[in-house]
Design a protein around this ligand. Structure first.
Ligand code: ARG
Length: 603
C-alpha cells in the first residue's frame, strides 16, 4: 500500500466530480494537472482543526482556471462527490462538505486505523515502499567535493540531501544511482605538483593527509609572490599532466588517493553511500569529440580566440567551451558529463544536488545540450536536456561558536562531527550514565544531529547551525526523534506479550491516539512528496509530527491527574496501544533511515 485508501478514494471522488461538473473545461484542457487524480491526491491537506475533517482539498487553483468563485466550486464539487460516494455506498468516507474554499472529508476512523496498523505491522520497514519508479532510473549527484582540500562544511548540505534523496527514490522502486563527481582537475594541480616536488615530505601515503597538501598550496602562494618563475613552472607542470606525463600523473594520483582516503573516513562516519565515485578528470578523453559535435551542429562561434555557444537568452551569458589558450572549462565538462551519463545509464532523470549559487551554470549546461538536440534533430525519446535538473539549496550559516573548528579558511566537517559526538556523549552521561554502549550511541546521536540540521528546513532556505539547537533532545531535532524511537523500543521491551495488528481499534478512541494513527497513515505521502519535490524535508517534517503526536499520547493524563499509562492492567487496551506503539517505532526507524540517520534502541 502506498497511499491511505481513504485518501485515495476521496481524491478519486474529487477528480471525478471535476470531470462531471465542468465537462467542457475538462475536455478543453484535457487531463490538465489541476483536475487530475494525481494532482488532487498531492494537494490534499489536513484541516488545521481536526474537527473540520480528516482531509481538505483547496480549490483555489481550479477556481482560477475556471474563472468562478472558490466557494461556488467547493460547493459544487462537494455535492457531486457526496452523491457519487453515496451511490457507491462507501463505508470509508462519511461526508464531503465545502468549507471556505476547501472541500473537506470526514472518514471512518476505525477503518483507517485498522488498515494502517495492519499495513505497518505486516510490512514492517517496507511500509511506504512502492513500485512507482519501477523500470525508471534516476541519477542523483551529490557531494562532488574538491580533492586536495579537507572536506569542509561547504559540501555538507549537498551530501546529506543527495544521500537522502537516493534512499527516497529507492524506496519508491526507482533504480537510484548515487554519483560523486569530484573536483579533481584544473590548473591548481600544476601548482600542487610544483609545490610537492619542491617541498613535499614524501614518505608513505598513509603518513600524508590533505592538511599537508593544503600547507603546500598555501606555501606555494606565499612564495609565488616573490618568486615569479613559479607560475610558469606550474603552467608547465599542468601541461605535462594533461599530456599524460607519468611522473606528474603519479603525483596527481597520489593527491587523489590521499583525499579519497580522507573523504571515505567522513562518509563512513556519516553513513553516506555512493554507487559511482567519479570526477572531472574522468572526462578528459571524452571532451574533444563532444566539442567537435557542438561545432559541427553549427552552434559555436569564436570570440577573442575562445570557442563559445551563444545561448540566445538575454538572461544567460554565452557558454564558454574553450578558452583562447585551449583550456576547457567547468561547463564544458558538465556538458560532456551529462551526455556520458546518458550513454551509461539511459536515465529518466538526472539530478544535480548543488548549491543555488551555481544555478546559472546549470542553466547554461542544460541549454547547450538542448540546443544540440534541436540542431541534431534527436528523436524525442532520446532527448535528455529536459531530464536534467538542478536540485538547488541555500547557504549553511554557522554560528560564531563553531569557528573554533575552523582550520585555515574552512570549517572542517570532521571537526564538526567529532564535536557533535563529544557533546552527545556528555549529554548521555548526564541523562543515562548506565547506558552500555555509550560510544556507539554518542556517534549515532552526534551524527544524527548534524544530518538532521540540514534536513529540518526546506532546501531552498538557508540553514543556520547552532550547537545548542541541533543537540536539543526536546526541540525539532535528530536527537529528539532518536530519543523518541528509543522510548518506543523501551516500551516494546517492557511489554511482555506479542504485538499484533488484530486488536480492537475501537479502543484507540482518544483524540491523541487518533492523531497518531493519522500521522502513520500519512507517512507514504510524505515519501511521495519528498520524491516529487526533491525535498527530504517532507519526511523530516512528517517525523516530527509523528513523534510529537506519540509523545502527547505518552504524556496524556487521566482525569485524576495521573499519567494514562500505555501498558496497564487492561489487557485489551494495552494490546491496542502497543500495536500503535510498534507501528510508530517502525515508521520512525524507516523515516530516519530515509534521512540517512540511525535509530538507537536505547539511549
Ligand atoms: N566540485 C564542484 C564544487 O565544489 C561542484 C560540482 C557540482 N557538480 C557538477 N556536476 N558540476 O563547487
Amino acid at each position: 500500500m502506498l497511499i491511505d485508501k481513504s485518501k485515495e478514494m476521496f481524491a478519486r471522488a474529487v477528480a471525478g466530480a471535476f470531470a462531471s461538473a465542468f465537462p467542457q473545461k475538462h475536455a478543453e484542457v484535457g487531463p490538465n494537472e489541476v483536475f487530475s487524480y494525481e494532482y488532487v491526491l498531492d494537494s490534499i491537506e489536513r484541516p488545521k482543526d481536526p474537527r473540520m475533517g480528516r482531509f481538505a482539498f483547496p480549490v483555489f487553483r481550479a477556481s482560477k482556471m475556471l474563472g468562478a468563485k472558490p466557494d461556488a466550486i467547493a460547493a459544487k464539487i462537494a455535492e457531486i462527490a457526496n452523491s457519487e460516494l453515496e451511490r457507491m455506498n462507501s463505508r470509508r468516507i462519511l461526508s464531503v462538505e465545502p468549507v471556505a474554499g476547501f472541500v473537506n472529508a470526514r472518514v471512518n476512523f476505525d477503518l483507517e486505523a485498522h488498515e494502517t496498523l495492519r499495513a505497518v505491522l505486516d510490512l514492517g520497514t517496507a511500509y511506504g515502499s512502492s513500485e512507482t519508479g519501477k523500470d525508471h532510473t534516476v541519477l542523483v549527484e551529490y557531494c562532488s567535493a574538491n580533492i586536495a582540500k579537507p572536506f569542509g562544511i561547504g559540501h555538507l548540505r549537498t551530501t546529506i540531501l543527495g544521500n537522502s534523496l537516493r534512499r527516497v527514490f529507492h524506496k519508491m522502486g526507482y533504480d537510484a544511482v548515487g554519483i560523486n563527481y569530484l573536483g579533481d582537475w584544473g590548473t591548481q594541480f600544476g601548482k600542487m605538483i610544483v609545490a610537492y616536488q619542491k617541498w613535499g615530505r614524501g614518505g608513505s601515503e598513509q603518513e600524508e593527509s590533505v592538511y599537508d597538501l593544503v600547507d603546500l598550496y598555501v606555501r606555494y602562494h606565499r612564495e609565488a609572490e616573490t618568486d615569479k618563475s613559479l607560475d610558469d613552472q606550474a603552467r608547465e607542470a599542468f601541461r605535462k599532466l594533461e599530456d599524460g606525463d607519468p611522473e606528474t600523473h603519479r603525483l596527481w594520483e597520489r593527491f587523489k588517493d590521499i583525499s579519497l582516503a580522507e573523504f571515505k573516513r567522513v562518509f563512513d562516519l556519516m553513513g553516506i553511500e555512493f554507487d559511482w565515485i567519479t570526477g572531472e578528470a574522468f572526462l578528459n578523453d571524452k571532451i574533444e569529440p563532444v566539442i567537435e559535435r557542438i561545432r559541427a551542429a553549427g552552434l559555436t562561434t569564436v570570440s577573442d580566440g575562445a570557442l563559445i555557444v551563444d545561448l540566445n537568452d538575454p538572461q544567460l551569458p554565452p557558454c564558454l567551451l574553450r578558452k583562447a589558450d585551449g583550456a576547457t572549462l567547468y561547463a564544458t565538462r558538465d556538458i560532456v558529463g551529462l551526455l556520458y551519463r546518458w550513454e551509461k545509464y539511459h536515465f529518466d532523470e538526472a539530478l544535480y544536488v548543488v548549491a543555488s549559487a551555481q544555478s546559472d551554470h546549470f542553466k547554461q549546461v542544460f541549454r547547450v545540450v538542448e540546443m544540440l538536440e534541436e540542431a541534431e534533430k534527436t528523436p524525442p525519446d532520446q532527448r535528455i536536456a529536459h531530464r536534467a535538473r538542478h536540485v538547488d539549496f541555500g547557504w549553511v550559516k554557522f554560528g560564531d561558536k563553531a569557528m573554533s573548528t575552523r582550520r585555515g579558511n574552512v570549517v572542517v566537517l570532521e571537526d564538526v562531527i567529532n564535536k557533535a559526538v563529544e557533546l552527545a556523549r556528555q549529554k548521555i552521561r548526564e541523562k543515562n550514565p548506565e547506558l552500555k554502549e555509550i560510544d556507539k550511541t554518542a556517534l549515532m546521536i552526534g551524527v544524527g544531529a548534524v544530518l538532521f540540521s540540514q534536513l529540518s528546513v526546506r532546501r531552498q532556505k538557508d540553514v543556520s547551525f547552532d550547537w545548542d539547537e541541533v543537540l536539543n533532545f526536546e526541540g525539532e531535532t535528530g536527537p529528539y526523534l532518536q530519543y523518541t524511537h528509543a522510548r518506543l523500543c523501551s516500551l516494546i521491551r517492557n511489554y511482555r506479550s506479542p504485538i499484533a495488528a488484530d486488536i480492537d481499534v475501537g479502543l484507540l478512541n482518544k483524540e491523541e491516539e487518533q492523531r497518531v494513527i493519522e500521522a502513520l497513515a500519512d507517512f507514504p505521502q510524505s515519501i511521495r512528496d519528498a520524491a516529487r519535490n526533491y525535498e527530504p524535508n517532507h519526511v523530516s517534517t512528517h517525523l516530527i509530527r509523528t513523534a510529537g503526536a506519540f509523545n502527547k499520547v505518552y504524556q496524556r493524563k487521566l482525569d485524576d491527574g495521573k499519567i494514562d499509562k500505555i501498558i496497564s492492567d487492561d489487557a485489551a487496551l494495552s494490546a491496542a496501544r502497543m500495536a500503535m506503539v510498534k507501528a510508530v517505532q517502525v515508521v520512525l526507524r524507516e523515516g530516519l533511515y530515509l534521512l540517512g540517520i540511525e535509530a538507537p534502541d536505547e539511549m
